[in-house]
Design a protein around this ligand. Structure first.
Ligand code: PMV
Length: 320
């Protein structure tokens, strides 16, 4: 049995939209993220007489299990092996609540499954493999700030992530605004947006400049510049969903209240910038010294159900 741990990552410059490919999860745009130290997935893979998937102690037999078994098929094809496997996962993150559990899930599965089938892939190939389970999983192979290259090849061999070097230290204050599951899964959300939103072309066209700005901000350890481009990328992504047909959105009333509070904090002189993914939660980027006060301010907002201060986390690793 092989066990691996991978941490959640949160995109600062977002991945939103796929280019056409046969299930390879090739992104329409590159993205830049921060791997967190707090949330993640621990996954064990053991060769067995049939494929099975246990999540948080329960046997799973739905679509989610099919995605896991398809992923095992990819690993088996790479390894030239045919045996089945039993996958046991524990999510240390609220599942499907927009906290990117699929990113840590497929990064941990890529690492544990390849080792269980006797493969030792380098980080680039692991990232390419993890991407095929869930796009954002390509980034959770690495720790700290990470760049996922869009790539241009149809086979996806140049669409992998890599870690970025920076002297910038930062915190993400994760503010949970509901305890339920999200309404529109990211794949459906991005596909509907790409095919119906007139803003999607503008999103793709303006995205490379956001990525360049974010990388320049990291190189200069410039938190305000990074925060500004992060918030811009977030609001632009969510604008594409509003303009889809029919339009949809991930905001809940408490989401808006937290976004307002971030603006107020900034007006009062605290460096705080907000991002959101395909869910109603808000993540606030800030300097380490400001994190406790920002977390306290977030906890005081009516409707907020949980606040966690996250630091940059480490790369995916084998634990047993
Ligand atoms: O990896 P997926 O298919 O769950 O897509 C993630 C999409 C966003 O979380 C909204 C943005 C991102 O870059 O993580």
């Amino acid at each position: 049995m092989t066990t691996a741990w991978a941490h959640t990552n949160i995109a600062l410059v977002k991945y939103w939209g796929k280019r056409p490919s046969a299930g390879l999860n090739l992104p329409a745009v590159g993205s830049l993220s921060l791997t967190l130290d707090r949330f993640g997935t621990e996954t064990s893979v053991e060769i067995a007489d049939h494929d099975a998937f246990l999540l948080d102690g329960h046997d799973v037999e739905n679509n989610e299990a099919q995605k896991v078994f398809l992923f095992l098929d990819r690993v088996r094809a790479l390894a030239g092996r045919t045996e089945k496997a039993r996958v046991t996962s524990t999510n240390h993150v609220p599942t499907a609540a927009g906290l990117a559990s699929s990113a840590s899930a497929f990064a941990a599965l890529a690492l544990a499954a390849t080792r269980a089938y006797g493969l030792h892939l380098d980080d680039k190939d692991l990232s390419i493999l993890a991407r095929q389970g869930s796009g954002s999983a390509a980034r959770s192979i690495f720790g700290g700030f990470v760049l996922w290259h869009r790539g241009t090849r149809d086979d996806g061999s140049d669409s992998c992530a890599e870690p970025l070097t920076t002297s910038l230290d930062a915190r993400l204050v994760v503010v949970r605004t509901t305890s339920g599951k999200k309404e529109t899964a990211s794949t459906q959300g991005m596909e509907h947006t790409a095919s119906t939103s007139p803003f999607f072309t503008a999103w793709v066209d303006t995205h490379p400049q956001d990525l360049r700005d974010a990388q320049a901000a990291l190189a200069a350890a410039d938190l305000p510049r990074l925060g500004e481009v992060m918030e811009h990328s977030t609001l632009k992504m969510h604008a594409t969903t509003l303009a889809a047909r029919p339009g949809f959105f991930y905001f809940q009333p408490t989401t808006i209240a937290v976004l307002q509070a971030v603006k107020t904090l900034r007006a009062q002189g605290t460096g705080a910038w907000a991002t959101m993914d395909a869910g109603p939660h808000v993540k606030i980027l800030c300097a380490p010294d400001d994190a406790a006060a920002i977390a306290a301010a977030a906890k005081a907002i009516p409707g907020v159900v949980g606040v966690d201060v996250c630091a940059p986390g480490s790369a995916a690793r084998i634990t047993a």
